[in-house]
Design a protein around this ligand. Structure first.
Ligand SMILES: [Zn+2]
Length: 548
């Protein structure tokens, strides 16, 4: 006989927004059957740490209950009489001040006009595996008069979820002065919610989103989920660029208030939207970190491919953006793509470690697509591998499943090469000289390596600059240790795009902007070109896919 599956764990969360500046949360759940279990406070999400600082007035009530600290700051041992109900109360607060900057977008945001958090940043919960079955209800009470609620599960003030805990831990919760509109799409509408004022209209943004999401649904040939929301909110002044995060049935986007919807923003949107399938609909992922080369890398490959197929960017822009990735990977002065080259500084290396799976994965995807197209005589492409994974989404998503699926399209030796590129993070990815799939060919060219000259980790803090590279491009143009960085504008990895750092000297109120090209040395790197037979625009697009 099959063992009976465990009944889902029941949790009831109630969010009270009566008090400005805090959300009072209460959780009711049956006491642990064994009498004791771990209770976890939020601790880290993305690169944000010490998230437990957002939890105040933690209190537990119930029969024979106690809460004991453990060696981990954000973890307690909860004891209670078995077979009773336990109630956990706490206040969720914002643990930072000042205008919203990129460095705070991964923390709990509780402002008068916008409250935004997610399962990992805002929910206190018993320690559970992401695959554990749960039955969760959410109730939102005392929302300020003009506030609108948008979460991963809808817009009602009472919501329920039946599924794996991971869907709740990865859920988005937003309440605020939002303007909302439905974007009609094949496969069901998407809700767009925007906070703040923008240089573009909601209508303009809705049309762009519609085109991008339609291209993605067409690629996957499904809508992914029946409910889907996109939330856009502005950074405070002093920040440029944008950042996105994908959640259960939703993604959230932060942009500088002055930002317009250009190729950068479109690419960001295409990236976050692609996560609705990779990995959300391809099977549960046990260790997202280890699979980042696929989850982030293959998504990075497809984000611009799909923009190009959906005619949101042209071939020229597609190739330009691909070449930025290639230069960033192969021109890197670290060991990311070229073994044996020196690492410039430990801080640059931290940034490199973060970016490596995005870049390496994207270039592995480019290589693998080329191999599939070549070996199948143009019948198949990487698209078919991706859809093959979707067709078997009931299985866990693992590297072995991806290799096995690849084995249906390419020779065993190619699968072995694929596997070794993934396993050895410093192995050179051997892009062939010449064709890498329809319409694209690869040539070695001299290009500037991307060197910021300021440890990239300092761009996400409001710290005083230190360890400015004395031989680097920033120093050459006047950036010094001890200056305060107020804002910045840059295209990460693009050595041809000017960096602007907004600087204030300590003891002075004058703010000045230092601009420079983030260039290290000239290196030989593979660069893509549109093949001559396609440059005429035979079929308009599909440079990254099977057909041309
Ligand atoms: Zn991503």
């Amino acid at each position: 006989m099959e063992p009976r599956p465990e009944p889902p764990r029941r949790l009831a969360y109630r969010f009270d927004l009566r008090q400005p500046g805090r959300v009072h949360v209460s959780l009711e759940t049956p006491s642990p059957a064994a009498g004791a279990e771990m209770l976890d406070l939020p601790s880290q999400w993305a690169e944000a740490r010490d998230l437990q600082r957002s939890i105040e007035n933690l209190k537990i009530t119930g029969s024979e209950v106690s809460l004991e600290p453990t060696s981990r700051l954000a973890r307690f041992t909860l004891k209670a009489k078995p077979g009773t109900l336990v109630r956990v109360d706490y206040d969720l607060v914002q643990d930072w001040t000042g205008p919203l900057r990129a460095s705070e977008r991964h923390r709990v945001l509780i402002g008068p006009e916008l409250v935004e958090f997610n399962g990992d940043t805002g929910l206190v919960a018993p320690k559970m595996e992401t695959t554990a079955a749960v039955q969760v209800s959410f109730d939102f009470v005392n929302l300020p008069a003009r506030h609108v609620l948008v979460t991963s599960f809808g817009t009602d003030t009472h919501q329920t979820v039946n599924g794996p805990w991971g869907e709740v831990a990865n859920a988005l919760f937003v309440a605020g002065e939002l303007s909302t509109r439905q974007i009609p799409l094949p496969g069901g509408p998407v809700l767009l919610a925007t906070a703040g004022h923008w240089s573009f209209s909601d209508q303009e943004l809705a049309l762009k989103l519609r085109a991008i999401l339609a291209a993605e649904r067409e690629f996957w040939r499904t809508s992914g989920s029946s409910w889907y929301a996109v939330v856009l909110a502005p950074y405070g002044t002093g920040t440029t660029g944008g950042g996105g995060s994908a959640f259960t049935h939703a993604f959230s986007l932060f942009l500088a208030p002055s930002e317009h919807i250009g190729p950068e923003t479109e690419s960001l949107v295409a990236h976050e939207a692609f996560h609705a399938w990779n990995p959300a609909n391809l099977g549960t992922v046990a260790d997202t970190q280890r699979l980042a080369w696929f989850v982030e890398g293959f998504t990075t490959f497809y984000q611009d491919v799909l923009l190009e197929r959906g005619h949101l960017i042209d071939q020229e822009m597609y190739v330009r953006r691909l070449n930025v990735i290639l230069r960033d990977l192969f021109g890197s002065p670290t060991s990311m793509g070229t073994p044996g080259l020196e690492v410039r500084s430990p801080l640059d290396d931290e940034e490199t470690r973060y970016r490596a799976p995005y870049l390496r994965g994207a270039v592995i995807a480019l290589w693998l697509n080329g191999e599939i197209v070549r070996q199948s005589g143009g019948r198949w492409s990487l698209d078919d591998l991706m859809r093959g994974l979707l067709a078997e989404h009931g299985e866990a998503l693992t590297a072995d499943r991806i290799y096995a699926t690849a084995g249906r399209f390419v020779r065993p030796a190619t699968v072995a090469a694929f596997r070794s590129m993934v396993d050895d993070g410093t192995a050179q990815i051997q892009l062939p000289e010449g064709s890498v799939g329809p319409c694209l060919s690869m040539h070695s060219k001299q290009a500037w390596s991307y060197v910021l000259g300021v440890p990239a980790s300092q761009l996400t803090t409001r710290a005083i600059l230190h360890d400015v590279d004395r031989e680097g491009p920033a120093f050459r143009d006047g950036v010094r240790d001890g200056q305060m960085l107020l804002g910045w504008s840059l295209w990460r990895g693009d050595a041809d795009h000017e960096v602007a750092l907004e600087i204030r000297e300590l003891g002075s109120s004058a703010v000045r902007t230092i601009t420079y090209l983030p260039r290290g040395r000239l290196r030989m790197v593979p660069q893509a070109e549109v093949s001559p037979e396609c440059a005429q625009g035979l079929r308009g697009g599909e440079v990254g896919g099977a057909g041309c």
